[in-house]
Design a protein around this ligand. Structure first.
Ligand SMILES: O=P(O)(O)OC[C@H]1O[C@](O)(CO)[C@@H](O)[C@@H]1O
Length: 659
């Protein structure tokens, strides 16, 4: 195995040049009020001790009208946990604790009322620990939290992302061409469709072979470089479509791969077996400053240009970003850049060029468009259906009920199809980066835990992994997703059921097993020895929701995406938090850059030991062990011109002339 060393490109910016990432402090936090970075120069003095109310007023006066509207919405409800509606739900918990799902499920009228359907998406909430009274109380909480108004504020392009002073309009990315959705007084839909049209034209040219690489060959393979929201959503959709017959038929002879991790192992895996002359690289980064993505982009650019020459970048590299200036500085022709906008959050960007470009290159624009239509379909349902019949709202409300009131802090996402194996990783980011917050939108500290811990695996694999815990250990609310029809049909003559039926038998059985459990009485009736009865007893009463869809296509994949995105928004709106910023991610980035500076100093100056005052004793010791290790690699001084040489991985050193 060889590794290669990459010289810096003349067009590269200095390392990690992004704006200083000062985590925002709460606007209205009494002891820590400070400047809102979204409105430079109008904040409060750091450390000033003022009342929360005064802070809100000063901050509000300095904010845009749309942000003030949002503040007004919040004004009457902060904190949601001090309202009578919240208290009523807390009191209701004792009533629910006296019930058991085993009994609740005997009431067929209740079950009937807890089924909801939208455009063939069937949702069964009957295995949630709820009664009609629970729902009534949750609707009252939603009213108190101004859920309806907040949903409207989102669709109307108000700046509900208050800490970044931005609209949150990913719903506009999947709106039909003739829709009107305004952000800051401008209809954004024509801009969205201008980019979609550009993607269609470009992907048609690449797929037809009209767009040729540097050696005149058609580009059949695509490597999409991006991380977080610039990776997980597109990977989820690509994984969902790979075995869909309609989509797969469009992808014959083509490959789509992703490179996310800055780990050189991921580079090696992503490029393994690919030929530069038939590869198109899509660099996907909203900011175009993300350290991992930019290093990977430079690495792959070197992989291309070493083989094909510098001019090949024009034919082999395109970009998706909101930062077209940096795209140009990187060396990608702006004509080959696909824009999106700051009103699209990274984790909500799969319906922008972030997802649509790689998907259109792989499956054709028509398939990608169906995905957008599916997401739009559920957006419409979310905006229009009464809460009592609104699947994303009910998913969100039951999520709040489970997490906040019943105290179950996690959620298992359990699709019974391998094609949805990347749903849980995507939703982990959407949910946990959105709702993993410790402060309300006004900056006051939350007196309760927001957010939930999301994880999941496709059934039945998960059953042989962590289901023991969810059946008998901690209570983990589950979301089961099943399909009536599989993407692949297999039935072996003589088998009791088809392969898909076998899979789905588990889908139905698991939800009931969790709800009803198994009692000692039942076990005795089955002659289970007394010594084993405690081990085989399952208390049951473990909540779940089942979603049943007709099949998994581009359209229904879009529906699933919108169900989750909007469910997560509902939870954030109820908790009174800003689900659309991610300041928590920044702290780690800042610390990583301090470590990077020290590692660089050690590598370039052949300094063996870190000065002891840089980090704590633990980190210093670990870093010293790392720096002294076998993988030690000496860098040339920065001014050295360093050709892209392959280095032997045994010594992991560049050629001796450069050391
Ligand atoms: O698209 P970018 O700007 O490279 O950012 C990648 C990801 O980094 C984050 O900012 C933090 O993980 C995400 O929100 C985003 O999706």
């Amino acid at each position: 195995m060889k590794c290669f060393h990459v010289k810096s490109h003349p067009l590269d910016r200095p390392a990690y040049p992004g704006p200083a990432c000062t985590p925002i402090r709460a606007l209205a936090q009494p002891q820590h009020a400070t400047t809102n970075p979204a409105r430079k120069g109008v904040g409060l003095k750091s450390g000033a001790a003022i009342s929360a109310k005064a802070a809100r007023n000063v901050a509000a006066a300095a904010l845009a009208p749309t942000m003030m509207q949002m503040q007004e919405i919040e004004e009457s409800i902060t904190q949601i946990s001090s309202t009578p509606e919240w208290k009523a739900l807390e009191d209701h918990v004792t009533e629910i604790e006296r019930t058991h799902l085993r009994d609740l499920l005997r009431d067929s009228g209740r079950s009937e009322a807890l089924f909801h359907e939208h455009n063939k998406v069937l949702a069964d909430f009957s295995r949630q620990r709820i009664t009609s009274k629970t729902l009534e109380l949750l609707y009252k909480l939603a009213e108190r939290a101004k859920l309806k108004e907040k949903i409207e504020a989102m669709f109307n392009g108000e700046h509900i992302n208050v800490t970044e002073d931005r609209a949150v309009l990913h719903v506009a990315l999947r709106a039909p061409r003739d829709a009107v959705i305004e952000a800051d007084g401008k209809n954004v839909v024509p801009d969205v469709w201008a980019v979609l049209d550009k993607i269609k034209a470009f992907s048609d040219r690449v797929r037809s072979g009209e767009w040729k690489g540097a050696t005149g060959k058609a580009l059949t393979d695509v490597v999409a470089i991006g991380i977080g929201g610039s990776f997980l959503g597109p990977l989820f959709v690509h994984t969902a479509l790979r075995t869909d017959q309609g989509a797969a038929g469009q992808a014959k002879g083509r490959q789509l791969r992703f490179l996310a991790n800055v780990d050189p192992v991921d580079v090696a895996r992503a490029l393994n077996g690919l030929k530069q002359e038939t590869t198109l690289v899509v660099v996907v980064s909203k900011t175009f400053t993300t350290a991992e993505t930019m290093l990977n982009a430079r690495t792959v650019r070197t992989w291309l240009t070493t083989e094909l020459g510098t001019a090949a970048v024009a034919k082999h590299m395109v970009a998706v970003s909101t930062n077209l200036k940096l795209v140009k500085e990187f060396g990608i022709n702006p004509a080959n850049a696909f824009a999106f906008w700051d009103w699209v959050g990274g984790r909500y960007s799969v319906c922008s060029a972030v997802g649509v470009l790689p998907l259109a290159l792989q499956y054709g624009f028509g398939v990608a468009e169906k995905f957008l239509q599916g997401a739009h379909d559920v957006d419409q349902h979310f905006r229009q259906a009464p809460f009592e019949d609104n699947i994303p709202v009910l998913l969100g409300l039951t999520g709040v009920w489970n997490t906040t009131f019943l105290g179950y802090s996690s959620l298992a996402i359990l699709p019974y199809t391998q094609a949805l194996s990347k749903l849980a990783p995507h939703i982990q980011q959407v949910s946990m980066e959105s709702n993993g917050k410790g402060v309300a939108t006004d900056g006051s500290r939350l007196p309760f835990m927001a957010g939930e811990i999301d994880f999941g695996e496709p059934g039945t694999n998960g059953q042989h992994s962590f289901y023991q815990l969810i059946h008998q250990g901690r209570v983990v609310p589950c979301e089961f997703i099943g399909l009536v029809k599989s993407q692949q049909s297999v039935y072996l003559k003589g088998e009791v059921v088809s392969n898909h039926d076998e899979l789905m038998c588990n889908f139905f059985a698991q939800a009931d097993a969790l709800a009803t459990g198994k009692t000692p009485v039942e076990l005795r009736a089955e002659n289970v020895p007394d010594s084993l009865i405690p081990h085989k007893t399952f208390t049951g009463n473990r909540p779940s929701t089942s979603l049943l869809l007709p099949e998994l296509t581009a359209f229904t994949t879009g529906q699933i995406l919108s169900l989750y995105e909007n469910r997560i928004a509902v939870q954030g709106f109820i908790w009174g938090i800003n689900s659309f910023d991610q300041w928590g991610v920044e702290l780690g980035k800042v610390l990583a850059s301090q470590v990077r500076a020290e590692v660089h100093a050690c590598r370039t100056k052949d300094r063996n030991v870190l000065p002891s005052d840089r980090f704590n004793a633990s980190t210093t010791r670990l870093l010293n062990r790392y720096l002294a290790g076998k993988a030690r690699l000496l860098y040339p001084e920065p001014e050295d011109v360093f050709p892209c040489d392959l280095i032997d991985s045994d010594t992991c050193r560049p050629p001796s002339s450069y050391v």
